[in-house]
Ligand binder design. Structure first.
Ligand code: LLP
Length: 419
C-alpha cells in the first residue's frame, strides 16, 4: 500500500481547513534534498545544474532552486520572462525551444543562452547574430522515455538537429563564423539509464566535432519512482562513466569540458502532493466498479490520462476501517478519460486500486505530482478554476504561493458581444 510521502494526515486535514481542496502542496525539504543530489552529479571540470522549469513553473519554486545554486532551462520565451520575473539573472537561463520567441533577439541580447534545436533555428540565429555564441541541440539518433510520448530522441522525434546533418550544421556555423560553445542532447523523460549513458558518449563524440565547445549539456530524463515498486535512477551510478569519459577526453586533447544537466522530474516528482476531497462515490452493480470521484482530476493531473502514468493514491478515511475495496479513482470532469487509475501502459483502460473503504467527504492525497502536473493541466476544462499551490516550509510553516483562480479570472479575457 502506498503511504504519504511527506505530509501527515493531520497536516492534510489542516491544509484543507485553511486553503480548501483541491490543493497542491510542495515540500521545501524534499526540493532542497533533490537539488543537493543533483548538484553532486559526478563531473570532471565543473557542473551546472539547470532546473527544467517546464516541470513546475511557480516563481517561488524557481527562487528556492536559485538559492540552492541551480540555473534554469527554459523551453519558451515566456518561460525566460517568467524566470526573470522571479529574479533569475538572464545569464543563468538557457533556452532550448521548439518555437523561437518573437522577441528572441532581445532575450539573447539580455544574456540568455541559446541552444539551436533545428537547422532553421540555427540559420535564423546565424542571420541575426553572426560571430556570436550558441549551443546546438542534437537528436543523437536514439531516445528513451518512460512512454512513447515522453521519448524525444530517434527518427520519430522532431527535437534537436538530426545527428547526420553535421555537415549542414558545420556549413552554417562556418559561414557565419558562429562559436558553438555547447553541445546539448535530451532524449526523453524516464529514460532507461543504459540508453542515457550510451547517448552521453555519443554526445561527447559531438563535442569532439566542435573545437570551440566548452560545455556538454546532457539534458534531464532521470527516471524517478513515484510508486513504491518503481526504481529511481542513481545519479552517481550513471554519472561516473560520464566523468571518466570527460577525463579521458581531457587526457587526449587537453580540453576541460564543463558538464550541465537539466532535470525537471528528478527535482520535482516526489516533492508535491495533491490534496483532494472525495466528493462522490458511485457503484455500477455486480459486473461494475466502485468509483471514487475526487474534486480534482485532469484539471490538476493529466499524466494518468495522457501516459497511463501511475501515481500513489492515499485515502484518509475519517471512520476507522479494516475493509478494503477495489476502487477506480476518477476526476471531476465530464469525460470518461478523466481517469486517475488507468491500467499501467493503457491510459483508457480502467484499473482498480485496493484502498480502505471511504465515505464522501474523506480526504484523498495523490502523491508524486510535482513534475508536469500543476504546469500541464487540462486547465479550466468544465470551467473548474486553477488550483492553489502551497509550500510547506522547512520550518513547518505553510506559505501560499499561488491563489485559487476565481471565476472572474477564468473569463477575464472574453469579450461579450454588443447584442
Ligand atoms: N531538458 C529538455 C530540453 C527537456 O525538453 C526536458 C523535458 C527536460 C530537460 C527535463 O526532463 P525531465 O528531467 O523532466 O525528464 N510531460 C512529461 C515529460 C515531458 C518532458 C519534456 N521535456 C511527463 O509528464 O513526464
Amino acid at each position: 500500500m502506498e503511504t504519504l510521502k511527506f505530509l501527515t494526515p493531520e497536516q492534510a486535514e489542516a491544509l484543507r481547513a485553511q486553503f480548501g481542496t483541491p490543493l497542491y502542496v510542495y515540500d521545501e525539504r524534499t526540493l532542497k534534498a533533490q537539488a543537493q543530489k543533483a548538484l553532486a552529479f559526478p563531473n570532471a571540470f565543473g557542473l551546472t545544474v539547470r532546473y527544467a522549469m517546464k516541470a513546475s513553473s511557480n516563481g517561488a519554486l524557481l527562487q528556492i532552486f536559485a538559492r540552492c545554486g541551480l540555473h534554469i532551462d527554459a523551453s519558451s520565451g515566456y518561460e525566460c520572462h517568467r524566470a526573470m520575473r522571479a529574479g533569475i539573472a538572464p545569464d543563468k537561463i538557457s533556452l532550448s525551444t521548439q518555437e523561437l520567441p518573437a522577441d528572441f533577439s532581445e532575450l539573447y541580447e539580455r544574456g540568455i543562452q541559446f541552444n539551436a534545436c533545428s537547422l532553421s533555428q540555427l540559420a535564423r540565429f546565424a542571420e541575426l547574430f553572426p560571430e556570436r555564441e550558441l549551443g546546438i541541440r542534437f537528436n543523437p539518433g536514439i531516445g528513451s522515455g518512460g512512454t512513447v510520448k515522453t521519448n524525444v530522441g530517434g527518427p520519430a522525434s522532431s527535437f534537436g538537429i538530426w545527428h547526420e546533418w553535421l555537415d549542414e550544421v558545420k556549413a552554417i556555423v562556418a559561414k557565419a563564423n558562429l562559436r558553438v560553445l555547447r553541445i546539448h542532447t535530451h532524449i526523453g523523460s524516464g529514460s532507461d539509464p543504459a540508453v542515457w549513458q550510451h547517448v552521453a558518449h555519443l554526445s561527447l563524440k559531438m563535442v569532439r566535432e566542435f573545437s570551440d565547445a566548452t560545455t556538454l549539456n546532457l539534458g534531464g530524463g532521470f527516471k524517478v519512482g513515484r510508486m513504491n515498486y518503481e526504481q529511481t535512477t542513481d545519479l552517481q551510478e550513471i554519472g561516473e562513466p560520464v566523468r571518466d569519459a570527460l577525463e579521458k577526453l581531457h587526457a587526449e586533447t587537453g580540453r576541460k569540458i564543463h558538464l550541465e544537466i537539466e532535470p525537471g522530474t528528478y527535482l520535482m516528482a516526489n516533492s508535491c502532493a495533491l490534496v483532494t476531497t472525495i466528493q462522490d462515490i458511485v457503484h455500477t452493480g455486480a459486473d461494475g466498479y466502485h468509483f471514487l470521484k475526487l474534486d480534482a482530476g485532469m484539471t490538476e493531473l493529466l499524466r494518468p490520462s495522457l501516459y497511463a502514468s501511475q501515481h500513489p493514491i492515499v485515502v484518509l478515511p475519517r471512520r476507522r476501517t479494516d475493509k478494503f475495496l477495489p476502487y477506480v479513482v476518477v476526476g471531476h470532469c465530464c469525460e470518461s478519460g478523466d481517469l486517475l487509475t488507468p491500467a499501467p501502459e493503457h491510459h483508457d483502460v480502467l484499473h482498480t486500486r485496493e484502498l480502505p473503504e471511504v465515505s464522501i467527504g474523506d480526504l484523498c492525497v495523490i502523491e508524486g505530482v510535482g513534475a508536469y502536473c500543476s504546469s500541464m493541466p487540462a486547465k479550466n476544462y468544465n470551467s473548474f478554476p486553477e488550483s492553489p499551490e502551497v509550500l510547506l516550509r522547512e520550518s513547518g510553516e505553510l506559505a501560499l504561493i499561488r491563489r485559487r483562480q476565481t471565476l472572474e479570472q477564468i473569463v477575464q479575457n472574453e469579450i461579450s458581444l454588443a447584442e
